[in-house]
Design a protein around this ligand. Sequence first.
Ligand SMILES: Nc1ncnc2c1ncn2[C@@H]1O[C@H](COP(=O)(O)OP(=O)(O)OP(=O)(O)O)[C@@H](O)[C@H]1O
Length: 242
Amino acid sequence: MAGPVTPVVAVRDLTKRFGERTVLDGLELEIGCGEFVALLGRSGSGKSTLLRVLAGLDTEIEGTARVEGTVSVAFQQPRLLPWRKVWRNVVLGLRRDGESRSRDRRVAEQALEEVRLSEHEDDWPLTLSGGEAQRVSLARALVREPDLLLLDEPFGALDALTRLAMHRLVERLWRTHEPAVLLVTHDVDEALLLADRVLVLDEGCIVSEHVLGHPRPRTATDHADVRSRVLADLGVTEGASA
Ligand SMILES: Nc1ncnc2c1ncn2[C@@H]1O[C@H](COP(=O)(O)OP(=O)(O)OP(=O)(O)O)[C@@H](O)[C@H]1O
């Protein structure tokens, strides 16, 4: 009989303060292997702070934030190094003990093929469009074969059409690589389209959870009831934009 499955993320009673200000306040969170979770919350509610803690970038916390395995992060800005060609940006975070340049190159080629950017391998980052640069950032996150992929508003700066294409790409990459994903977004429809579970963060805690499950793919009008409830949790009157 299979034993209990260890969650990829186990956060218990997590409190994060900046001076007098308590941003996360006894937060509890669990994310299972391969689960796709979206995190919504008002500006300043602590979403990025939580991601930074999970990424190990901020360790001054109370409580525990345990992550099993490898973590990769993709931010709203792709953060590519302009003096490295695209393919060398992709392999930037890889451990290099004994790895040859030709092997790095092969790994980068495969990842760039997955994000449909093969023809840009030898380009400089500054020659890429915003969507292309973001795809390089995703390729860079994936070559680490993460157990947990943290996405901090990765599509926020993109135009609507590119964003739609990125949704399809992320869903495909998620199915292929099966990492657990925690996606921070301001876009309720994006959350409903992609996630298995949508969480709302407010006052330093997860105040609501909406389980969407399957099937996928979804359309914007699926889960209209959940959409209304999430908007209400965010304090947004329907009809106004989220
Ligand atoms: N290094 C820091 N020092 C002091 N305060 C900070 C620091 N980082 C974040 N904060 C504060 O913590 C709060 C939460 O910030 P955070 O960036 O996590 O919010 P967010 O939910 O991601 O917001 P947004 O949706 O606008 O990106 C904010 O009030 C912010 O000013």
